[in-house]
Design a binder for this molecule. Structure first.
Ligand code: A3P
Length: 303
């Protein structure tokens, strides 16, 4: 049920949680640990499907003088690379080299948990924007992503169980979010929620603008809100992964030929309501009620 290059990966401590010790990518985790970090880097860090691409597009534009033409003409993975994706595509050096070759200030995306990030992140302290989302919606979104982009052929039930058991790529979400929540007050960290972006995009964009030390007029911010609205992002070829989806669709093992899929799929709060059974919701509720959260005052935005 987890075909192709996306293997479940078990770390030496017995927990399935990260791709980087994959047999295809010996030493890659170490290379990422030793990756040189610069103070003017901007890192967008998320668990998958929590609004990564949306945040990347906004952050890149805020930090590049609202250069819409540049954004449109350059695929987001080229201007804002996904540092560990090479581990997934079995071309480990590619994404790392892309990051190394970027002009400063560099923009880097990752889904890695805190303990796998470059050591220098904690001494050089580049700006980090962390975004989280309600795991029920994120899991539904990840299910569609796995089906249409990775080629997952199993059932939804199995998928959700794997999500909750921390068996999917980059899992588990609870530990990932907890580590960044604990350091959210550090001056180089901005902690955001997908749900807040959805409810009041302008306010969240202003938070990002201030965090990045930029200043734009009301009119410019309104235009950025429009550019980063769900409908615009859905049509934006530099962000919507049209090509990748077409390639997967054309592959002979693809199972969902008659289904429509767009990367900007629904973009809603609460899309799990129609996609999860009561039993599945209950399992997620109990997972989200993670014992470590209470003492640090974290909870997901419930919906
Ligand atoms: P859905 O699958 O629920 O629609 P990521 O970039 O981390 O993979 O996240 C993808 C999710 O973010 C998708 O969720 C996608 O639709 C949503 N998204 C992307 N841009 C958005 C926008 N402008 N407004 C709302 N949701 C957006």
């Amino acid at each position: 049920n987890c075909p192709g290059y996306y293997d479940y990966v078990e770390l030496s401590d017995g927990v399935n949680r990260c791709v980087l010790t994959d047999k295809y990518v010996d030493h890659f985790a170490e290379e990422i640990k030793n990756f040189e970090v610069f103070e003017d880097d901007i890192w967008v860090i998320t668990f998958p499907k929590c609004g990564t691409t949306w945040t990347q597009e906004i952050v890149w534009l805020l930090n590049n003088n609202l250069d819409y033409e540049g954004a449109m003409n350059t695929y987001i993975d080229m201007r804002f690379p996904f540092i560990e994706v090479g581990a997934i595509t079995k071309e480990p050096r590619d994404s790392l080299n892309l990051c190394k070759q970027l002009q400063r200030p560099r923009h880097i995306k990752t889904h890695l948990p805190k303990f796998l990030l470059p050591d220098q992140i904690w001494t050089v302290k580049p700006k980090i924007i962390y975004v989280t989302r309600n795991p029920k919606d994120a899991a539904v979104s990840y299910f569609h992503h796995y089906r249409h982009i990775i080629g997952y052929t199993g059932t939804k039930d199995e998928f959700f169980d794997a999500y909750l058991a921390g068996k999917l790529l980059h899992s588990p979400i609870n530990e990932n979010v907890l580590e960044f929540w604990k350091i959210r007050h550090e001056p180089n960290i901005l902690f955001l929620y997908f749900e807040d972006m959805k409810r009041n995009l302008k306010e969240e964009i202003l938070k990002m603008m201030n965090f990045l030390g930029k200043s734009y007029s009301e009119e410019q911010i309104d235009k950025l809100c429009e550019h980063s609205s769900f409908e615009s992002m859905k049509k934006n070829p530099s962000c919507n992964r049209e090509q990748r989806i077409k390639t997967v669709k054309a592959s002979k093992n693809y199972v969902s030929k008659n289904e429509e899929f767009t990367f900007m799929r629904e973009g809603k709060i609460g899309s799990h309501h129609k996609e999860m059974t009561e039993d599945q919701k209950a399992k997620f509720d109990s997972y989200m009620n993670y014992s470590e959260f209470e003492s640090v005052g974290f909870s997901y935005k419930m919906n």
